[in-house]
Design a protein around this ligand. Structure first.
Ligand SMILES: Cc1cc2nc3c(=O)[nH]c(=O)nc-3n(C[C@H](O)[C@H](O)[C@H](O)COP(=O)(O)OP(=O)(O)OC[C@H]3O[C@@H](n4cnc5c(N)ncnc54)[C@H](O)[C@@H]3O)c2cc1C
Length: 274
């Protein structure tokens, strides 16, 4: 969340919904994970079901989206060449930062532009480290004993945890402002080495083997904008120009809630508009 103590309370509570708290304190079923720890398998199966390379395209780049006519036209560049998709409706599921929408060549309306250009965002990375030297039976939370509530100033590592595979450690890194991937990798490795050294563990040979940036993460607007009805205007975009929107910005940073809302609320609206 970036620096949590400077975050608008409303957003902090949206990030921690009742369903999550209930799961963590044992009032509801615990969070569900794949028995094989292979969450990717869900997505692989979905891709096969949809038809990889025929109805669903990965490793492709969107060049242009034209919604000026009765149908939505999307030009994409796939590994097997360019393609033009003609569709009745468009569902956008990337984070609706104005710069991200420009990157996919969306023909933004003035209304869309004026709303999406108001978003701020934070930055979030997940990292897998091999041979970190951190014992596999401990989880570490980054604390600053001199800071209010012990919350360390970011950018920095939230903490380290053992990965399900022996010999691997997970790290989560957050920043309220832009930081390059190279800076994040260097900072994380320096933190691992420092932690191992000061705790007297045998030195490892830390190597980053998995690394994902989730920027732009967690889109927010200032409280005054919320009070002025920003989200009513944002939700008002649904269906305009044959376009629908989903994702954390429209629901919460809660995967189950996003899936549930997309299926139960958004999909019927898309179907009704056909
Ligand atoms: C490290 C981490 C741990 C988390 N842990 C949990 C958890 O345990 N439980 C939970 O409920 N939530 C968790 N969350 C939050 C949850 O993952 C997010 O809230 C959720 O994934 C947001 O869904 P989304 O569909 O809005 O965006 P995303 O899941 O980020 O999906 C957006 C997709 O759009 C793609 N994309 C972006 N730009 C383009 C482009 N130009 N062209 C094509 N594709 C593009 C991205 O690659 C991405 O796949 C976690 C988030 C992070 C970062």
């Amino acid at each position: 969340m970036g620096n949590i103590l400077s975050v608008t309370t409303l957003y902090a509570f949206k990030y921690l919904p009742k369903s999550t708290i209930d799961a963590f304190v044992g009032l509801a079923a615990p969070p569900v994970a794949s028995a094989t720890s292979n969450l990717q398998s869900f997505y692989d199966k979905a891709l096969t079901y949809l038809g990889a390379g025929t109805n669903a395209f990965t490793n492709s780049r969107i060049l242009l989206i034209d919604r000026s006519g009765p149908r939505v036209l999307v030009a994409i560049l796939t590994p097997s060449g360019p393609k033009l998709i003609s569709a009745k409706k468009l569902l956008i599921a990337i984070q609706p930062k104005n710069s991200s929408l420009q990157e996919i060549g969306l023909d933004l309306t003035l209304e869309e532009s004026s709303l999406t250009s108001q978003f701020n965002n934070s930055y979030y990375w997940d990292i897998v480290i091999k041979n970190s030297g951190i014992p596999s039976n401990i989880s570490v939370t980054n604390l600053d004993v001199n800071a209010p509530l012990g919350i360390p100033t970011l950018p920095g590592v939230y903490g380290f945890a053992p990965a399900p595979l022996p010999g691997y450690t997970l790290a989560y890194y957050s920043s309220p402002a832009f930081k390059s991937d190279a800076q994040v990798k260097a900072d994380t490795l320096a933190m691992v080495k420092k932690f191992v050294r000061v705790n007297g563990y045998p030195a490892g040979a830390p190597q980053i083997v998995g690394f994902n940036s989730h920027a732009p993460f967690w889109l927010t607007v200032p409280p005054a904008k919320i009070a002025e009805g920003f989200y009513a205007q944002l939700n008002g975009l649904q269906g305009k120009r044959n376009t629908f929107w989903t994702g954390a910005t429209f629901v919460a940073h809660d995967s189950s809630a996003i899936w549930r809302w997309s299926e139960a609320t958004l999909l019927p609206a898309v179907k009704a508009s056909l």
